[in-house]
Design a protein around this ligand. Structure first.
Ligand SMILES: C[S@@+](CC[C@H](N)C(=O)[O-])C[C@H]1O[C@@H](n2cnc3c(N)ncnc32)[C@H](O)[C@@H]1O
Length: 238
């Protein structure tokens, strides 16, 4: 007689449970791998994401950048420059200035450099591999620092924001732009993914507190509620 538990034989039930567990482990593993490739693009999967992000982050970037005024002569740094589209947009605004990009992933530096090859050749853009935690620039170099869809991944938010403050000129501004935030319209999807890779997912108030703790003044946090976008601007005191 076959041993039964409920309607299914015991052995077949445990085999089914094992298959299901294996399936969930594989899905979770794949999800972590993919989110990590967005966080630090290295392999061809990451390069594919960078190409996609150049397109999908264009709208939120255009919306966010409108929250600061950009003079033609500005020296600008884009932190976590990814596929390099923001650098290209900034160079089109700061026509007599210079735009720098940094990213800690080799894949991103390669993609950004390829995207902006002509601007690099013309001496208007420079892209370097570096972490936000240790920027390879002298103090008080930049009029503006931008950070699009990257702040979630920084290892030490307060100190990393202070490192940006160091390289800003007095009166210069940092602008942080993101397509999702805690309690925003996209949080239902983005929040769990951020948790999975232990990344920061800040609310509007937490973002304001972060800018304050890092030493910025004139802080303005703006939301595009329908789209779930957020943009934070802070100024280095004079
Ligand atoms: C989601 S992508 C966004 C890229 C680009 N800013 C955009 O809007 O398409 C995040 C980028 O931030 C970079 N990044 C993450 N943590 C970083 C860190 N600690 N220092 C420098 N770059 C970092 C990643 O390598 C990646 O290229």
């Amino acid at each position: 007689m076959k041993l039964r538990f409920g309607r299914r034989p015991l052995f077949s039930q445990s085999k089914h449970a094992m298959e299901q567990t294996l399936y969930y482990i594989c899905v979770a593993g794949l999800a972590v791998y993919l989110v990590n490739q967005v966080r630090k693009p290295t392999k061809w999967v990451g390069r594919l994401f960078l190409w996609m992000m150049n397109m999908s982050h264009s709208g939120v970037t255009d919306w966010g950048v409108k929250h600061v005024s950009i003079a033609e002569r500005f020296t600008i740094l884009d932190v976590g420059c990814g596929g390099g589209r923001t650098i290209e947009k900034l160079a089109a605004l700061a026509t007599t200035g210079r735009v720098y990009g940094v990213d800690y992933a080799a894949g991103s530096v390669a993609a950004s450099s390829a995207k902006n090859a002509q601007l690099i050749q013309a001496g208007r853009v420079e892209i370097t591999r570096a972490s936000v935690s240790r920027l390879p620039f002298a103090a008080e170099k930049f009029d503006l620092v931008t950070a699009v869809e990257t702040q979630y991944y920084w290892p030490d938010l307060v100190n990393d924001m202070r490192e940006i403050l160091r390289v800003l000129k007095p009166g210069g501004r940092l602008i942080v732009i993101a397509e999702s935030y805690k309690k925003g319209a996209n949080d239902w999807l983005h929040g769990p993914a951020m948790k999975l890779v232990r990344s920061a997912n800040l609310s509007v108030e937490e973002q304001r507190e972060l800018f304050t703790a890092a030493g910025y003044t004139d802080i303005q946090i703006s939301e595009q509620r329908a789209k779930g976008w957020i943009c934070g601007v802070g100024k280095k005191p004079l």
